[in-house]
Write a protein of this length. Structure first.
Length: 187
């Protein structure tokens, strides 16, 4: 299984750019479910590790290049992951549930991202992934074909939601690590 998992992880990494560009559900991407779950779990500690050598003032520093601060990215990752976990749970537990989109900019602006604790958000991100993975590991292959109806993206499967969670973290870690380098910290 280790060889299969490594090969599957390579496919995941090659496919991520398509997922990040919103092409989820429109590709012929195939992978082992076990490898996807492993990648999902591995990502759980990524935000916490990435901010471990930063001060709160560094995380809240407005970047000269614009965009979100590191703190805002971490809070966004937490909220997005909680929302994706909720969507996955609904697809698992309910029959064709409605999945509602959200406006990430409004969340960042109106939910006080700049004032909240990014360390606590990184901890919650990690714990949420661990618990969600415990559910995912217990499912049959058929469960990953179950779908819900997203109000913006249309029909989406549990497998696609899992793929989105993996790719979303990678997508935002590029920006977080770039901002760390601007602060003189390693990515």
């Amino acid at each position: 299984m280790a060889g299969k998992a490594v090969s599957a992880l390579k496919k995941i990494r090659q496919h991520r750019s398509n997922v990040a560009r919103g092409r989820v559900g429109k590709s012929s991407f195939t992978d082992t479910t076990e490898a996807m779950i492993l990648e999902y779990i591995r990502g759980g500690n990524t935000p916490k590790k990435a901010i471990s050598n930063l001060t709160l003032s560094q995380m809240r520093a407005k970047p000269t290049c614009g965009g979100w601060t590191i703190a805002e990215i971490v809070l966004h990752l937490m909220d997005s992951d909680l929302i994706l976990a909720d969507r996955m749970k609904r697809v698992i537990a309910e029959s064709e549930p409605t999945l509602i989109g959200f406006n990430e900019s409004l969340f960042a602006r109106n939910l006080f991202y700049q004032m909240l604790d990014p360390q606590a958000a990184a901890d919650l991100f990690m714990r949420n992934r661990r618990l969600m993975a415990e559910i995912l590991k217990r499912l049959s292959d058929e469960h990953f074909q179950r779908t819900g109806m997203h109000n913006e993206r249309g029909r989406i499967s549990l497998r696609e939601l899992l793929s989105m969670a993996i790719a979303h973290l990678d997508h935002h870690m590029v920006f977080l690590n770039h901002k760390k380098r601007l602060l003189g910290k390693r990515g």
